[in-house]
Design a protein around this ligand. Structure first.
Ligand code: CP
Ligand code: NVA
Length: 304
């Protein structure tokens, strides 16, 4: 059987995605009971980070340890990747030594080139295009707090970025409605919008997007790699695209607020929202650990 990769949520069927979310909940319960569950003994995860990370690095490293395996942090600065060794050669070599690879990179194409030459599963730990691991954790969090997301309405407020693209993919897979409100010029990439047709609606008015929504979510205005655009982006977003209490009041009273973190209070989200009662951001962050353990089990054939 050919090796399975997880470069985008679309690499899973809807059924596989649901099974991973359910399994993530089971793994969380196992951990909370203090039980040991070590199906990945002797397995090693190689982690290549071209960009900074707190949650992704810690959750993968701790997750492998909890499953009985081992994780290896590799920075291009300290490996031959940073001195020009081709991605294809790195993939051939690493995948003869480790059992699974996670990559956080800029160009999504790097993941595609790496996976095309890898003997072992490759996981996208964030690219400029998508952030599918975060969606596993977020969907798990929605399920924990509000049940099945099918048929619900999610409001994305802000930049049409990698997280927005992954929410579009999730909407199509799990059959919910996504309303995206963003300033002109900051819409999600047409490729994702077309693929999510029937599930995604693009608009500019954040209040229209949030009206009656079951979940309101946002992300930074300038993603990693866009640091020099910070001022221009702040000018485009600041007037209308902060998720504050007034915007949350448009949503369903039972709506939850999500943010993948790191967050900038006073920019894309007001402190009263992210630190308020509707916020489930700490559960999202915690779930990275369990959702990715479920993904590792799935890709390594350890359970599902
Ligand atoms: N949400 C997320 O991926 O966080 P890190 O950048 O800290 O990994
Ligand atoms: N959109 C953000 C997400 C960080 C987890 C970025 O790419 O920087």
């Amino acid at each position: 059987m050919s090796v399975r990769h997880f470069l985008t949520l679309r690499d899973l069927t809807a059924d596989e995605l649901r099974r991973i979310i359910t399994r993530a909940g089971e793994l969380k319960a196992i951990h909370r009971r203090g039980d040991r569950h070590t199906p990945l003994q002797g397995k090693t995860l190689g982690m290549i980070f071209e960009k900074s990370s707190t949650r992704t690095r810690v959750s993968f490293e701790v997750g492998m340890a909890q499953l009985g395996g081992h994780a290896l942090f590799l920075s291009p600065r300290d490996t031959q990747l940073g001195r020009g060794e081709p991605v294809e050669d790195t993939a051939r070599v690493l995948s003869r030594m480790v059992d699974v690879v996670m990559i956080r990179t800029f160009a999504h194409e790097t993941l595609e080139r790496f996976s095309a030459h890898s003997r072992v599963p490759v996981i996208n730990g964030l690219s400029d295009d998508v952030h599918p691991c975060q969606l596993l954790a977020d969907l798990q969090a929605y399920h924990e707090h509000r049940g099945d997301i099918r048929g619900r309405t999610v409001a994305w407020i802000g930049d049409g970025n990698n997280m927005c693209h992954s929410w579009i993919n999730a909407a199509a897979l799990l059959d919910f409605k996504l309303r995206v409100a963003c300033p002109k010029g900051y819409e999600p990439d047409a490729r994702f919008v077309e693929a999510g047709a029937g599930h995604v609606e693009i608009m500019q008015d954040p209040h229209a997007a949030a009206a009656g929504a079951d979940l309101v979510t946002t992300d930074v205005w300038a993603s990693m790699g866009q640091e020099e655009e910070q001022a221009r982006r702040a000018a485009a977003f600041a007037a209308d695209y902060q998720v504050d209490a007034a915007l949350m009041a448009q949503a369903d009273p039972q709506a939850v607020f999500m943010h993948c973190l790191p967050a900038h209070r006073g920019e894309e989200v007001a402190a009263e929202v992210i630190d308020g009662p509707q916020s489930v951001v700490w559960d999202e962050a915690e779930n990275r650990l369990h959702a990715q353990k479920a993904l590792l089990e799935f890709l390594l054939g350890a359970y599902i």
